[in-house]
Design a protein around this ligand. Sequence first.
Ligand code: BGC
Length: 742
Amino acid sequence: MLKKIKTLLLMSLLSFTVSSVCAQDAESFVDNLLSKMTLDEKIGQLNQYNGDWGATGKITPDGDKEKQIREGKVGSMLNVTGVDKTRKLQEIALQSRLGIPLIFGQDVIHGFRTTFPIPLGETASWDLALIEKAARIAATEAAAYGIHWTFAPMVDIARDPRWGRVMEGAGEDTYLGSKAAEARVHGFQGKGLGNIDAVMACAKHFAAYGAAVGGRDYNSVDMSNRQLYETYLPPFKAAVDAGVATLMNSFNDINGVPATGNSFILRDILKGEWNFKGFVVSDWGSIGEMIPHGYAKDEADAALKAIIAGSDMDMESRCYKNTLQKLVETGKVPVSIIDDAVKRILLKKYELGLFTDPFRYCNAEREKAQTNNAEHLKFAREAGKKSIVLLRNKNNLLPLNKNTKTVAMIGPFAKATVANHGFWSIAFDDDSTRIVSQYDGIRNHLDKNSVMLYAKGCNENDNDRKGFAEALRIAQKADVVIMSLGEGPAMSGEARSRSNIHFSGVQEDLLKEVAKTGKPIVLLINAGRPLIFNWAADNVQAILYTWWLGTEAGNAIADVVFGDYNPSGKLPMTFPRTEGQIPIYYNHYNTGRPAKDNNDKNYVSAYIDLQNDPKYPFGYGLSYTTFDISNLQLSSSKMTADGKITVSVDVKNTGNYDGEEVVQLYIRDLVGSVVRPVRELKGFTKIALKKGEMQKVIFELKSSDLKFYNEKVRYIDEPGDYEIYVGNSSAATLKGAFELVN
Ligand code: BGC
């Protein structure tokens, strides 16, 4: 009924019929609609309110939200989930004078009903098709629950594991991060907006949020424009090139100007240089936060600075709603700026098909079909096992034999269920019987005659040692002990910066005690960031880095522990030896006094009390088999400026298992008009080889791959000598060389 009334309203107010709307091209439809809108209604489109779910910032009292929606004062809602709720609010929106539908947004970060590995963990798969598919499934589920828009992917480059939000991104590397950004945007947006299972993606947080000083969330960022362009912006550019519909501001200031009010990054770069046609949403309350930043004196000043800079939609600060009208009326904000922002938003509503059918994402049947979806669970297991990184396997303790007589499982995460989701999973199927714990996963793989023992041992983050005795007692009885340790699932994520990134609580003490029994230990490390665990790394026989793997964590881990799947993950971040090495990343500069090796302290760039190299380098990860990478050949020792060369290597599986290897290509530009990193990732490929099998892997390297930003922030390549390294981590030693000639 409501829909009918609405159609009539649209017909009379806009002189359109619904079918003629479909035939119109987006621009003219939106221009026409815009011409009918009052200033108040326009400002309404720029206003986004929170619905149900937990706030990540201050909530300003709204008065009656439904009334405001009915008055056309709200353009979008976040955190309203489910077809019933979204339908209800959409019906109210359609009662507004022009009946402009709402967009519903939500943080669909690593899955929706089915939870996939945290994005950092999933990136450890180095499997772009897998990353895209996980986003596709998440979008399909979210769209079925009434969601039009996800606030993902997070594409912030992060070189500081103290920062809790490293879990949300793709790690430290610009090249890998750009590829992951592209894959995730394609995954979320599917075949394009307008398709029923597409959700708008949102590349966030623009920009440089990952470089917050000291890894402390929301902190300032101070960096050269060259660094910004070269390291932090490319994943955003990749997202824009992939057609991302929206971007989100970041909370930080960049060189003294908050990102939300930063016209250099929003107007000049994003909407100017990159010609971005979508819209920009603020981060939660970030427009109002320009006041405590000391960049705006009050709400009106904040709104003025944000809208002029190019922030189109106000998430939860109310500054636009409260002050824009007056700012326009007094001539401080030209109405053309408002029109531009509104138009960007309306165009996306049009592209989503909401003017044709505002309820197209409100189908209860579809919602049901995307709940407890067995196919999706199957894929979550696949994604889980491919994200695990084998860090150590002394004497080939892994894979374990399924007939092992007695296995003891110890640790605060062994029997956890929901914890496996990690942070930022807010809409998962909460039927906890659906989540197989790590303990159950292991149990299900073991022979039925094997005995499995369990002790929690300790809590995730306190000083209670009362459980140690029981843990030791069962360890004594076991042939092998599996310990599930790490940091708590809510110890990484937003506002979860840590200054100490060791195992939390007394977990390491428990590990040391259990190790004294002399029993072989398989250590599973649950974490949302690189942790520091030197003692374990040097003493425990086998270590699997399992991040937070999502709904199917238990099964995925067991698949790897027992060798049903041979691990193939590679670290997307450098793992430090101590917090004192942070920030640490593989693509640093050489400096004028590089240390020869770890022992060189003779007036070189080193710590006198610490070696320079990390505990584990970027790109590192073992397999149950071994791979030999050799015979590096270049098609030519010279590359012309518009040309390319091919680089080939032979990769052989020399061990006893079939397996997968991520073959990585790095370059070094030896002399530049600005200094260049000691290594830069420029290509990778993941291949599967049967034992004994050999394959030639060929990379193509183009002169455009050698480009960088010079001192004047111009993107150029420079003739000169380059080194190439190919191998299975950033520490690869197989080397070649070529010259880029004019
Ligand atoms: C986060 C964003 C998120 C938003 C909405 C903010 O606190 O920084 O990443 O999308 O909340 O939940």
